[in-house]
Ligand binder design. Structure first.
Ligand code: BG6
Ligand code: MG
Length: 220
C-alpha cells in the first residue's frame, strides 16, 4: 500500500534540470569539452562534484581537487543566477493538483533532491509548503544512485520504504529508489528510464488510477 510519495525536484517538480544543463554546457564550452544533452543524462541526479568528475571523464582531462571544486563552484554560480530569474510558472503543470489529490488520499509527501540548492528553489517558487519533509544534498554523505536520501526521507516521514513511491527523472535516481526498496515512476522517456516500474512523460500525467494499479501490485 502506497503511504508516501517522494518527489525528486529538478526535472520532476520544476524545470531546473534545464538550468543545470545550461550551466554545465557553459562550463564545458569554456573548457573545450564537447557536451550534449545525451551526455547530460549521466549528470542528472548525481552530486555537483560527481557531475564535475563525469564532465572531466567526457573531456578526458584530469584536474586537482582544488581546480575541480573551483570549476564546480563556477557552474553553481551560473545555475543560481538562472534560478533567481525563475517564475512560478516554471513549476510543471499539474504538479500542485497531483500533490493535493495525493494528500486527499492521506498520502504523505516528501522531497528528496541531491541538490544543495533545493531549499533555495523551493523558497523562490513559494512551494516549501507542498512538502511535509524536505531532504536535500546538504543532508547526505552519498548522492544518488545511493539510496541514502530516499531512506532518510522515509525515515523522517516514519514510513516503511516498501510503502513509498518515488518520482524521478534521472537514471541515478531510479537506481537509488530501487536500491531503497521503493516503487518508482520515471518522468521522461521509456528508453532512458526503463528501470522504473512505470514511465510517464510528465509528472502531471500521473493519475489516481495509476496509484490504484501500484496498490494492486503491492497487495499481491
Ligand atoms: C540534482 C540534479 O537534483 O542535483 C543534478 O539532477 C545536480 O544535475 C545535483 O548536479 C546537485 O545539485 P547542486 O545544486 O547541489 O549543484
Ligand atoms: Mg531530477
Amino acid at each position: 500500500m502506497i503511504k508516501a510519495v517522494i518527489f525528486d525536484l529538478d526535472g520532476v517538480i520544476v524545470d531546473t534540470a534545464r538550468y543545470h544543463f545550461l550551466a554545465w554546457k557553459r562550463l564545458a564550452d569554456e573548457l573545450g569539452i564537447k557536451f550534449t544533452e545525451e551526455d547530460n543524462e549521466r549528470l542528472k541526479g548525481v552530486s555537483r562534484i560527481r557531475s564535475m568528475e563525469i564532465l572531466m571523464e567526457l573531456g578526458g582531462i584530469t584536474l586537482s581537487q582544488y581546480e575541480k571544486e573551483k570549476l564546480a563552484n563556477k557552474k553553481n554560480t551560473w545555475f543560481v543566477d538562472y534560478v533567481e530569474r525563475m517564475i512560478p510558472e516554471e513549476i510543471y503543470s499539474g504538479v500542485r493538483v497531483l500533490i493535493e489529490k495525493l494528500k486527499e488520499r492521506g498520502i504523505h509527501i516528501a522531497l528528496a533532491s541531491s541538490s544543495k540548492n533545493a531549499r533555495t528553489v523551493l523558497h523562490l517558487l513559494h512551494i516549501q509548503n507542498l512538502f511535509e519533509v524536505v531532504t536535500d544534498g546538504t543532508m547526505i554523505t552519498h548522492s544518488k544512485p545511493d539510496p541514502e536520501i530516499f531512506l532518510l526521507a522515509a525515515e523522517k516521514l516514519g514510513i516503511d520504504p516498501k510503502d513509498c513511491l518515488v518520482f524521478e527523472d534521472a537514471e541515478a535516481g531510479i537506481e537509488g529508489a530501487l536500491a531503497a526498496g521503493m516503487l518508482c515512476v520515471g518522468i521522461g522517456s521509456q528508453e532512458q528510464l526503463f528501470k522504473a516500474h512505470k514511465v510517464i512523460r510528465h509528472t502531471g500525467d500521473f493519475t489516481m488510477e495509476m496509484l490504484d494499479e501500484f496498490n494492486a501490485v503491492a497487495l499481491k
